[in-house]
Structures are given as C-alpha cells and as structure tokens.
Design a binder for this molecule. Structure first.
Ligand SMILES: [Zn+2]
Length: 371
C-alpha cells in the first residue's frame, strides 16, 4: 500500500488528501435512489474548489464555477451504486430480494451485506447450500444463483424478528466490501462504477482552483443520481442546466480478461489510458476536439465504437432539450458490477488530465457546427 504510493508520489497529480477522499467516498454506501450520504461526502470535498452549488429534488449535486457566465459546460459522473431491495420476508425470517440496478446475482452467494434498515444498518449474508448438501441433488447439477433462489440471513428466525430489527419490504441492501489496493497501481472497490467518475470530476475542480486557471464559461460539475436504472438523474439535471456542452465520464469494460469476446466488445485494457467512443449520441466535432487535446498533451487513449445507445449519461445529455453536444470519456475497469471492480491508477490520472486539458482548451467560440 505505502510502497505503491511512494513510487508514484513525485509526479502524481493526486495528493494524499485526494487519495483519502477517494477511499472515504468509495466506502460510503450510495445505493440508487438513496445517494444522499455519498453526495454529502462529495460536496464537502468539492466545496473549496467551486463558487456555488445546487442540488435537485432527487439528490443530484452540482458544483458551479463562474455561475454568472452565460455559456455552460458540464462535466458529469454518476453518484449511485447498484444494490438490492428487500422484497419478501418468509416465515422463517429469510429475506428475498429484488434488484436495484444491474446487480450481479452470480457473485452473490456467501457475500456479506448491509441492510439499510429503519433503525440503522443490519448486517446479513447471502446464504447458500453447502457443497455437501448441494451434491445430493438427484439431477447432479449444481444450482445456479438467481434472484429468486437467493436469500439473506440476518440471524432472525421469524418474520417478526426481522421486522423487530427495523428491516421492512423496500429497505435497500448493499454489499459490504470497500476500497483496497493491489500490486502495481491497481485499486479495487465495490462501486468504482461510478464513484471514480465523481472522484475524477472533483479532482478536475481542485486542479482548476489550485492552478488558478480561469475558464471563459460557467463550469457545472455534475454528480448525477439514478444512472443505474436508466440514466434518470442526468435526464433531470440536463433539462435544468441546459448546458451548451457536456463531457461525461463513466467506466468501460477492460476486455482483456478471460471469457470476454473482443470481436463483440472491442479491445480495451486497464493501464492504457481513457477510452473515447464513437456513437451517434457522441458529437463528432467535440470528439475530434477531445482527441486532438489528447494527442497534443500526449495522453494515451483507447477507441471503441458504440451504436444506438452509449448506455451512459451521455445519452441523457445529448438528447436533452434541443440537443447538447456531448462526449464520453471512459475509464477502463475490470469486473464491472462485482464487489471487486478493478482499475489502474494511471488511468485515473490520465482521465482527469484529459478532462482538465479539454476544459482549458474549450471556449464558447469552439466551432461545433455540423453544417
Ligand atoms: Zn453500472
């Protein structure tokens, strides 16, 4: 842990304070629809670097620099994390769930979770039949975890006991695991998707402030809620801000681990820089602009193509209002939607740098006209 930090410390744009924020923010639970505690941590960190902030009805938080300027640029990430909902409590006190976002049933057995109960956190585990008992199955076929055969065991042995702990239908459930560091600059966490985005846009704000860089437009640093259930927070805030340009950041798959088809998914790897994508929603001229900045500043990028939808908040911004030139800058990530999402520190730094340098190069006069 310490050695990794020592070797990269000198030339790193990340400070000890920002790394502490990175850990604390990732360890704060922020399930879809209940993002407030994460948003508080994020706003507290970003406040010294912004002029003002706003929040909306569903909890999207926005730091604003130079709100008096008419031309508006957004940099955006999403604040929510995939999770589960308590759906049914059986007479034996076992708890059945519903997904809240694309949480992965295959990784669930034997995981520890936190139920966000009415009286506070209740610890529980995903139960699963022991290997011995499973093998007695007459079909000699291993049962596969599915939403309807997964249950939580919190130690209560009746529905009444569950309810006495403050656990009710509708309570949200998150995995327990948090941030950690592996060899060679690799980090793991439960919700890099997309808390790392919130971290990176906050760092862009910090760098602008600390390097005393003044932009010729208003900058809106948006940490949107409810991305994981359909890009909803971005949809709401895009209508409110009505930006002229949106730069969205999210995670994308590292496709170089086993059992992923590069023919289908393209080739992207952790440690080789942020990923730029083409798609109809991604504005060609803005994309060229970002790509030129990367080339000029010698920031490595990796390319992929998307089609009808980018599956990110880019779609919400692009198609909001009268159409907003939008671009997506993604950070490669292994094991998305598991509790051990993994990324590389150099990609964090290069993605921050690419967003930062793009902002410095943009002006309200940047020509983005197609015709
Ligand atoms: Zn996601």
């Amino acid at each position: 842990m310490a050695s990794a930090r020592k070797t990269t410390k000198k030339k790193s744009i990340l400070t000890d304070k920002s790394l502490d924020f990175l850990k604390h923010y990732h360890n704060t639970h922020s399930p879809v629809g209940f993002e407030t505690s994460g948003q508080r941590v994020w706003l507290d960190y970003i406040k010294p670097y912004i002029d003002t902030f706003l929040t909306d009805a569903y909890g999207t938080a926005v730091g604003v620099i130079q709100p008096q300027e008419k031309f508006k640029v957004v940099i955006e990430a999403h604040a929510d994390e995939i999770s589960w909902f308590v759906n049914y409590i059986n007479p034996d006190g076992l708890i059945y769930l519903k997904r809240n976002g694309g949480v992965d049933h295959q990784i669930a057995p034997a995981k520890r979770v936190l139920i966000h109960g009415k009286k506070g956190i209740v610890k529980a585990v995903f139960g699963w039949p022991a290997i011995h008992t499973r093998l007695n199955n007459p079909e000699a076929k291993e049962p596969q975890p599915k939403v309807d055969n997964l249950w939580l065991d919190c130690g209560a042995r009746s529905k009444k006991e569950v309810e006495a702990l403050g656990v009710k239908v509708g309570c949200v459930v998150t995995y327990e695991e948090g941030f950690d560091e592996l060899a060679n600059g690799h980090y793991i966490a439960r919700a890099f998707d997309n808390r790392i985005g919130g971290f990176m846009i906050a760092e862009v704000a910090r760098l602008l402030k600390e390097n005393k860089r003044k932009l010729p437009y208003a900058l809106y640093i948006v940490n949107a809620v409810q991305e994981e259930i359909g890009l909803r927070g971005a949809e709401m805030i895009a209508r409110r801000i009505k930006p002229d340009i949106a730069i969205v950041t999210d995670v994308t798959h590292d496709t170089t681990t086993p059992m992923i088809s590069k023919i289908v998914e393209g080739e992207i790897a952790c440690g080789k820089g942020p990923s730029l994508a083409t798609a109809p929603a991604i504005h060609n001229k803005l994309l060229d602009f970002v790509s030129n900045v990367a080339e000029k500043k010698k920031i490595p990028v990796q390319w992929r193509s998307l089609s009808r939808s980018t599956g990110t908040d880019t779609d919400s911004f692009a198609y909001a209002n009268d159409g907003c030139p939008s671009v997506l800058i993604s950070i490669p990530l292994r094991y998305m939607h598991t509790t051990v999402e993994m990324l590389h520190r150099s990609d964090i730094e290069n993605t921050i740098q690419l967003i930062y340098e793009t902002l410095l190069a943009l002006t309200p006069k940047t020509d983005l006209k197609y015709l």
